[in-house]
Write a protein that binds this ligand. Structure first.
Ligand code: ZN
Ligand code: ZN
Length: 281
């Protein structure tokens, strides 16, 4: 797997890419430039040109935009859906302008709606976004921790989105911490093999582009979204080593979204590289 990390661009693109390159990241994820509102500003062309240049000089690829947490494609409120579509379209345009391959999004929540009704509304919203998706950009749906009425907590449901929407630029990102919280016991080779078997059956491995590699301290099936340092939580060394052992994942990308500061990033990056290199601790 190509291994990378989520970086913050508060200090500017230069600092973010330098940080990523210094700790050996091969891929980088950034938050969308969109603030926490449904309003969007036009892409900053100069900043994007800088980002692209720095990233290419550092040999970092692919890059990913993580869209706004406000996005909810299953909401019963048409204003929220319209705002979500605008945010996603904005991120897809920024991605196209910046040579960024993926836009990763959470799907949202069904709220008080019946799941079947929410599901078909979310499919329609995805179809709308994909009608205008720029070439060479993929829209990825991230699995959720499965709490309450959240969409996309199961491989089966993500698969139904993939097949229901049926667009070649729609794919999936699997977050290991969310999968564990949703009840997938991925802390052993057996557990990971079962998980990937089901992912292949329901989604198709060709649609699976990205992993978010996060450990977690929550109990299996707790439905809580809490990220923790690699090999220091309940997925543990064995779970990540089991993912590393699967040859069909070698062309995929894995991004750390682990907590903490620069020193934590460095430690987590070293740990995941060691695990994927097959070396012993
Ligand atoms: Zn994630
Ligand atoms: Zn999370």
């Amino acid at each position: 797997m190509r291994l990378g990390i989520h970086v913050h661009v508060r200090g500017g693109y230069v600092a973010a890419i330098e940080h990523a390159a210094r700790i050996g990241a091969q891929a980088v994820q950034i938050f969308s430039s969109t603030p926490r509102s449904y309003r969007v500003a036009p892409p900053d062309e100069q900043a994007l040109t800088n980002f692209r240049q720095l990233r290419d000089d550092a040999g970092i690829a692919p890059t990913i935009i993580h869209s706004s947490y406000l996005i909810n494609l299953a909401s019963e409120d048409p204003k929220i859906v319209a705002g979500s579509l605008r945010l996603l379209q904005h991120d897809l345009n920024v991605a196209a302008a910046g040579g960024i391959r993926y836009v990763n999004t959470h799907l949202g929540s069904y709220g008080s709606r019946a799941r079947t009704e929410g599901f078909s509304a979310a499919c329609t919203a995805l179809q709308r976004v994909l009608e205008e998706i720029p070439r060479d950009v993929f829209l990825l749906m991230e699995n959720s921790a499965g709490a309450g009425q959240l969409c996309g907590g199961t491989l089966e449901e993500l698969g139904r989105f993939i097949h229901g929407v049926d667009h070649p630029q729609l794919g999936v990102c699997l977050d290991t911490a969310h999968a564990w919280a949703a009840g997938y016991e991925i802390n052993s080779q057996r557990g990971v093999d079962d998980f990937l078997y089901e992912a292949a059956e329901q989604i198709g491995l060709d649609r699976l582009h990205l992993f978010h590699l996060n450990d977690t301290q929550v109990e299996l099936g707790a439905n809580r979204d809490r990220h923790w340092h690699i090999a220091e939580g309940n997925i543990g060394f064995a779970g990540f080593r089991a993912l590393a052992a699967r040859p069909e994942l070698k062309d995929k990308t894995g991004i750390l979204e682990t907590p903490g500061d620069v020193a934590d990033d460095e430690r987590n990056m070293r740990m995941i590289q060691m695990i994927f290199s097959g070396a012993s601790p």
